[in-house]
Design a protein around this ligand. Structure first.
Ligand code: ADP
Ligand code: LRH
Length: 487
């Protein structure tokens, strides 16, 4: 075993980054080489991802990685889930991938459920019902000229890997977010595809984290100055990489992968496909090394991001650390909302929507920006409380600690309130858990590390700085606040 230089490409809904990792026995260093905003673009009524802009950012980052490290041993790519690019018979991209926050997907929900009722769908795919799951997106596109020309649908990391290597694959952790993967057999659910009249060959062959996807093409080598570097499949769903990057000891832990979304749950060996889990909104996504990420999508820091965007557009202060400092001085539970209210999903004036929900639930709406931020942070901690409790009850896995990873680990107010709300210690960090999980899977595949997730996590614990928040205060305030959030 030797030390390797790796590039971890991690595309979140708010920004993309290319990180350089040095990994070997006892060593795990991560440096940010290139970060670029991920700004959705609306054209002719449809919200898109600017996927060519993102790919250009990836190439810039890889060029920098090659320069800094004097060559690279491997590249891994992870991104947000569910969204796909359609390729025509020549392998050309048919338009920009549609953003999961576009409202059109949900028009197909009744049509899909008419063919496969929701409880039956869940028994096969084990997925939390979200109106933008790929199965609904594809059904919504049926009948369009674009769909008629499509021969293949590639998830975003697979699309980027295709452009880098020429190889078309479907990495399994991200495939598990489509609604078209059988949660039990872990193969494409051909029965579902047939019933929904979606062509089987629309989906590429599955690969596992650790498999080599291909080597950089001559074109990419010329663009980046790199050699024939392998692109290695990682947990290409960012949440799969982030959970691999949780520095847990043993299996009695819950996690909050806290970025644009907050993915809250536990890690299991086998899926839980119960009706109780379905109605509670729990998903069985696949993780690295055959694990199951039994979790619920909580609306997450999106509520803050979108509030800041609204305020900035109105010329109001929009500095997050300053607003959080002000929110820390607002009394707790002035107002609380159910962050999972579907009205918060689409882009728009989130502070106005929060005010409306408060009015509907008989609470005085926040009177200032600081009160709005406090309402969001209290309400997120409250959602983590009920979700951790539900994950424990539904899975039977007890937990002693909550690991909070991703950008939210920088939010000390949120971390402390999460410890208070969950009545458990919170271990915050690493912020770049997804990039670390990405790099660790590559490092093992390329021979620089041995062992399973336990060994990877041991390396994380010995190399990454973590902050512990102890639970404080009484549970009574949280229990009362919980009762106020009308579900
Ligand atoms: P994604 O991967 O979904 O794009 P990240 O994991 O990068 O998201 O997290 C971004 C979020 O992290 C921001 O929306 C913000 O709420 C939070 N964050 C980033 N920096 C800070 C900071 N200095 N203080 C508090 N929160 C922060
Ligand atoms: C987080 C994430 C989440 C998905 C959502 C679409 O970035 O991948 O796990 O549900 O984006």
């Amino acid at each position: 075993t030797r030390e390797l230089s790796l590039a971890a490409v991690d595309l979140g809904a708010s920004s993309g980054r290319v990180m350089a990792a040095r990994v070997g026995p006892g060593r795990l260093d991560l440096t940010e080489l290139h970060r670029f905003p991920n700004r959705p673009v609306r054209t002719a009524g449809t919200l898109h991802w600017d996927v060519l802009g993102l790919y250009a950012g990836v190439l810039d980052g890889l060029r920098a990685a090659g320069r800094e490290a004097d060559g690279l041993d491997g590249i891994g790519i992870d991104s947000w889930a569910v969204d796909v690019g359609l390729l025509d018979a020549d392998g050309a991209l048919l338009g920009n991938p549609v953003h999961y926050r576009d409202a059109r997907h949900e028009t197909a929900v009744p049509a899909v459920h008419a063919v496969v009722p929701p409880d039956e769908l869940y028994r096969v795919n084990g997925l939390q019902h979200l109106p933008f799951n790929t199965v609904f997106q594809l059904a919504a596109m049926r009948g369009t000229a674009r769909f008629a020309a499509a021969r293949q649908a590639l998830l975003v990391p697979d699309l980027l890997a295709y452009w880098l290597t020429g190889a078309r694959v479907a990495e399994v952790t991200n495939a598990s977010t489509t609604g078209l993967l059988d949660a039990t057999t872990r193969q494409w659910a051909t029965g579902l595809l047939d019933r929904l009249e979606l062509p089987r060959d629309l989906l590429a062959d599955l690969v596992q984290p650790g498999d080599e996807i291909g080597r950089l093409t001559a074109e990419v080598r010329a663009e980046t100055g790199l050699g024939e570097v392998p692109v290695v499949a990682v947990g290409s769903h960012d949440t799969a990489s982030a959970v691999a990057g949780v520095p847990a000891r043993g299996d009695r832990f819950a996690y909050v992968s806290c970025g644009t979304w907050s993915l809250v749950g536990v890690e299991l060996e086998k899926p839980v496909l119960t009706e109780a889990g379905r109605t509670a909104g729990f998903t069985n996504e696949l993780g690295v090394d055959g694990t199951v990420r039994y979790l619920h999508n909580v609306m997450g820091l999106w509520l803050l991001q979108e509030s800041l965007r609204t305020w900035a557009a109105a010329g109001l202060p929009a500095d997050l650390p300053e607003l959080l400092a002000a929110a820390a001085r607002v009394p707790a539970f002035t107002a609380v909302v159910d962050v999972d209210d579907p009205r918060f999903l689409p882009p728009g004036d989130v502070p106005a929507r929060i005010a409306q929900v408060c009015t509907e639930t008989g609470q005085t709406p926040p009177q200032s920006q600081a009160e709005t931020v406090r309402c969001v942070v209290d309400s997120l901690a409250l959602a983590y409380r009920r979700t951790v409790r539900a994950a424990v009850e539904l899975s039977g896995r007890d937990v002693d600690v909550v690991h909070l990873v991703g950008g939210g680990a920088r939010n000390a107010l949120l971390c402390q309130l999460t410890a208070d709300a969950c009545q458990r210690p919170v271990l915050a960090g690493p912020v770049e858990a997804a990039a670390l999980g990405n790099a660790l899977v590559q490092a093992r595949a390329l021979g620089a590390l041995e062992g399973g997730l336990g060994e990877m996590r041991r390396l994380l614990r010995t190399t990454q700085a973590l902050v512990e928040y102890r639970p404080s205060g009484s549970d009574a305030g949280w229990a009362a606040a919980e009762a106020r959030v009308a579900r």
